[in-house]
Design a protein around this ligand. Structure first.
Ligand code: ZN
Length: 79
């Protein structure tokens, strides 16, 4: 099977996270209707996710990191 990634957050789309009716996106990045969530909402989630991998000491700007991360994603890439 071809490996697919969420176009918004980059998570690997296996059976449990792939969103039905919204090909290329995970359940986390789209709402019940299959619409992509606002960037700020996705970004807040990504920031939390980055935090969970970060060492306790220091206080990197996770929202800034999340912004950079999302800008590299097809769904959010700047023109
Ligand atoms: Zn996603």
């Amino acid at each position: 099977m071809e490996m697919k990634f969420c176009q918004s957050c980059g998570v690997i789309l296996d059976g449990s996270v792939a969103k039905e009716g919204a090909p290329g996106f995970c359940t986390w990045c789209v709402d019940e209707k299959g619409n992509l969530k606002p960037k700020e909402e996705v970004k807040a989630g990504v920031a939390d996710w980055l935090k969970s991998f970060a060492p306790k000491e220091g206080n990197p700007d996770f929202m800034k990191r999340a912004e950079n991360y999302l800008n590299a994603m097809p769904a959010w890439a700047k023109e």
